[in-house]
Design a protein. Structure first.
Length: 579
């Protein structure tokens, strides 16, 4: 372009040629916003604007970045903006698509919807960005910080991991799916969430959507429950009309699945509002404290009462490697866009065994082992899709210093006489699929339906089992030299080198991958075609392919599309003929 204009400008007598600068936007898939466009124009007004600039990234290596004001907006003031945090496969995205259709088709409002899904399959974080208003919407898809009139969080544990309320504008509404009721939910909120509610003056609503859905027979599909709450709180449609439109969308969406499914969803709509409450925010109490009067007003101030303080957890543990803390940690927290260029690996190579630091903590229920009736068959360990259930055989002397709640029993292995056996679950990595319970062959004669491993509510026992898990990891790995690895109970004593992946809860593929790494992982090379296994096995921010105590583990690489056979043959040939 510069050359063409320069050549053509020679015909313009006496006129100075225009100043031309160029640059790149959209790097790393960054959104290109009106604020960035304004930043470029502001750069052009400078005496010496940057040429070959970048916008949207923090280039601290070649220093080409153009600064811009991220708060700049061209949206109409009467546009209503809503953000919904959901858990992959809970139906949040589908319900919000229906909501924006209802608003756009059944009211006089214009509407816009955009849906952000990470690549961790079911069980991932989803964020729905919805806008509607009386004027045509000319805006970027993503809603910015401090812009949303309505924020909904459909998974309570998100509050411990990410800054859910960063989108909420002062005076907005916050809807939370909570196992705690309106009277005591405040004391279970992290201090950062309490502070945001108080400082922004948010109206705060709670509903135990998972209980409502479970009681109706919908399992974890809370989408209709939360959608009904949204219409009830927002008032965008009269109550009866909103319910009628929701039911119409239900019949259109689920009609092919049978009348029973449709009626269950209808029942969810009808019963939801009885469980929706506006939570009481203590008056005059600072974040991290409780007490005082419970009211919507937060203008009065009273003497604070000291109580235990809950804080948002760091994305990864303090003992994680530096790269995990400084680079992968922000990505896990959803702040990867803030990373500077200098933080990223020059050659694009990322370390293995990093999924163990993520601790997604998404299960509302987790398995609990009953050693009194366990037959040590190893089947629950075998079928676990995310390698969160593990077994070990060890010398009784290793129990010295064990937590009081750590469970063990005498080992029933002919290869290990006089040894102890334990089965342990990682609470913060479990997805609550329940396959372990289904696979357990033991039936407790004392209680119908009870097995040697059973699901229990995770929040009350999470910290206890986290400590037990840490101690379990400190126990030595088994010597497999003389083990018959054709037996399930023996093979499952081996350390898996594929753990805590982003696969769907209850995935049927990952147990086989895990087993392959248990048997051959220290000498295994994986040529992965692009597909489900490459997404849950090799995408950022974390890697489930792991290593043993000697640092040996599967070497993994991905080949685009379906040519992994040829790709793997080349890798094998090079490896076989290396000097």
């Amino acid at each position: 372009m510069s050359t063409a204009i320069s050549e053509g400008w020679g015909k313009q007598d006496g006129q100075a040629p225009p100043r031309i600068i160029g640059g790149r936007y959209g790097l790393s898939s960054k959104e290109f916003t009106p604020a960035m466009v304004k930043g470029i124009f502001d750069e052009m007004l400078k005496t010496n604007p940057k040429h070959h600039f970048t916008i949207g990234i923090n280039d601290d290596v070649t220093h080409t970045s153009v600064e811009y004001d991220a708060s700049f907006s061209i949206e109409s003031e009467d546009t209503v903006k809503c953000v919904f945090w959901g858990l992959g496969s809970d139906g949040t995205v589908g319900a919000n698509k229906n909501s924006i259709k209802i608003i756009g088709e059944e009211t006089e409002n214009y509407a816009q919807g955009y849906f952000v899904l990470d690549s961790k399959k079911a069980g991932s974080i989803t964020i729905s960005h919805l806008r509607f208003g009386p004027h045509p919407i000319h805006a970027p898809y993503l809603i910015g910080n401090n812009q949303a009139n309505f924020v909904a969080c459909h998974q309570f544990t998100f509050l411990e991991r990410v800054d859910v309320l960063k989108y909420a504008k002062p005076g907005g509404v916050f809807l939370l799916d909570s196992i705690y009721g309106p009277e005591d939910v405040w004391d279970h909120l992290p201090i950062e969430v309490q502070q945001a509610i108080l400082e922004k003056g948010l109206r705060f609503y709670v509903i135990n959507a998972h209980k409502v859905a479970s009681d109706i027979g919908m399992g974890g599909r809370i989408n209709i429950v939360m959608q009904t709450c949204f219409f009830a709180i927002s008032g965008i449609l009269p109550k009866e009309e909103a319910i009628a439109q929701i039911k119409q969308s239900i019949r259109k969406t689920y009609g092919k699945r049978g009348e029973a499914v449709v009626q269950r969803n209808f029942r969810a709509v009808d019963e939801t509002l009885a469980y929706l409450y506006e939570a009481k925010i203590p008056v005059g109490v600072a974040a991290g404290q409780a007490g005082g009067s419970s009211t919507e007003s937060t203008t009065q101030r009273r003497s604070p009462i000291s109580l235990p303080v809950l804080t948002r957890r760091p994305p990864v543990a303090a003992e994680a490697p530096e790269f995990v803390r400084k680079v992968l940690g922000p990505m896990i927290a959803g702040e990867g866009d803030s990373l500077p260029v200098s933080a990223l690996p020059v050659d694009g190579t990322y370390p293995s065994a990093t999924a163990r630091w993520e601790k997604r903590n998404i299960a509302l229920e987790m398995p609990v082992w009953d050693p009194d009736i366990c037959i040590q068959c190893g089947k629950c360990v075998m079928v676990c899709p995310h390698a969160v259930i593990r077994e070990k055989v060890f010398d009784p002397g290793e129990l010295e210093g064990a937590p009081q709640t750590f469970q063990s029993m005498d080992a029933h292995f002919k290869e290990f006489p006089g040894m102890k056996y334990t089965l342990q679950v990682s609470p913060e990595d479990c997805t609550g699929c329940g396959l372990c319970v289904d696979a357990c062959p033991v039936k407790d004669k004392r209680q119908v339906g009870r097995r040697a491993i059973n699901l229990a509510e995770q929040p009350p026992i999470r910290e206890r089992e986290r400590v037990n898990w840490e101690f379990f990891l400190s126990l030595p790995e088994v010597d497999a030299t003389n083990l018959n690895l054709a037996a399930i109970k023996n093979s499952q004593l081996l350390m898996p080198m594929f753990e805590f992946s982003g696969a769907c809860s209850g995935c049927g593929e990952t147990p086989y991958i895990k087993l392959a790494t248990q048997l051959f992982g220290d000498r295994m090379i994986v040529a992965n075609a692009t597909g489900c296994s490459s997404i849950y096995g090799g995408n950022l921010p974390t890697t489930p392919w792991a290593v043993n105590s000697q640092g040996k583990g599967p070497a993994w690489s991905n080949s685009l599309f379906e040519d992994n056979a040829e790709f793997g043959l080349v890798v094998h040939s090079l490896n076989s003929n290396k000097v």
